[in-house]
Design a protein around this ligand. Structure first.
Ligand SMILES: [Zn+2]
Ligand SMILES: [Zn+2]
Length: 303
């Protein structure tokens, strides 16, 4: 699985960083979800190997412009490209009005079924492969973080061994794959659990929206394989950061440490920071959480 950072800036775009959007590619087939869609997201998307036809959902953390102003353009370009598959946008209350108003006032429409779902805290999506839950953060407007949990994959069925033991192929293989017991025509009872290889543990991912420090982080990012957290400002600017509902480098790193995350990716940097500042911001994070990495535009992280 991969995370591609389409924008890593907070507030306004700069020549170094576009505003926020993260693409989560969840399968080898390239199926992708977006988290936030700041202005310019569709152009950044074109600069990657991601496939527009494989993008079918967007999760919005909150309604600030640096997280949603790319939505109307992306949704209408999808129509112009002739894509017909259904598309879903999840976001806080108001996202439906924002999209519908932007589309109707500009005389735009979508040629595909568009579902806009206004979310509350709790389970947002459960497709049997992934469960996505939304968690309320500590920002100046309603804002959510998303926890994405992949279900464990059962191990492979040892078909050669079944064959060697004289178990004929048949529809019962499906039940055996699920670890269930089946009774064969000759009366033998076969327990599928004894013929399965080790299960693959599902991956977990936490993508925070904008937030000042919050206790919610402990659950949202508990033991995740990868945590994405905003680090809008450096440690010395704590009052300014927290006063505007944002976190510093040290606070993001502390949240990762406290939650037991395995890896932290820092993003959503103020436009005041230039490329030469990034090593210093990274060093601040690593004083508390050594497994920190800094996102830059178009960076891809595999996990
Ligand atoms: Zn922001
Ligand atoms: Zn914000």
């Amino acid at each position: 699985m991969h995370l591609t950072f389409l924008g890593t800036g907070g507030g306004a775009p700069s020549l170094q960083r576009n505003v926020t959007s993260i693409a989560f590619t969840r399968s080898i087939r390239g199926e992708t979800w977006l988290f936030d869609c700041g202005e310019g997201t569709q152009l950044q998307f074109m600069r990657t190997a991601l496939k527009p036809g494989r993008l079918d959902k967007i999760f919005i953390t909150h309604l600030h412009g640096d997280h949603i102003f790319g939505l109307p353009g992306l949704l209408t370009s999808r129509s112009m490209a002739g894509l017909l598959d259904p598309f879903t946008v999840y976001g806080p209350k108001g996202i439906k009005t924002f999209i519908e108003t932007a589309l109707s006032l500009s005389g735009s429409f979508t040629s595909y079924p568009l579902d806009i779902i206004e979310i509350e805290a709790g389970t947002v999506l459960d497709d049997g492969e992934f469960r996505v839950t939304a968690w309320p953060l500590n920002h100046v407007i309603e804002c959510f973080g998303y926890r994405i949990e992949q279900y464990d994959k059962p191990g492979f069925l040892d078909a050669p061994r079944l064959k060697a033991e004289g178990v004929p192929r048949g529809p019962w293989y499906q039940q055996l794959k699920l670890g269930q017991k089946v009774t064969l025509e000759d009366g033998r009872v076969i327990n599928g659990a004894h013929y399965l290889g080790p299960a693959t543990k599902g991956k977990t991912l936490a993508i925070f929206g904008d937030t000042a420090p919050t206790e919610v982080a402990l659950q949202l990012a508990a033991d995740v394989d990868l945590m994405v957290h905003e680090t809008t400002l450096e440690a010395a600017m704590i009052e300014k950061a927290n006063g505007r509902g944002h976190s510093t480098t040290l606070q993001a790193a502390q949240a990762a440490k406290d939650a037991g995350a395995k890896r932290l990716i820092a993003t959503h940097f103020s436009s005041r920071y230039l490329p030469q500042d990034m090593a210093r911001l990274l060093a601040e994070c690593q004083t508390i959480f050594p497994a920190t990495e800094i996102a830059h535009d178009l960076a891809v992280f595999t996990f």
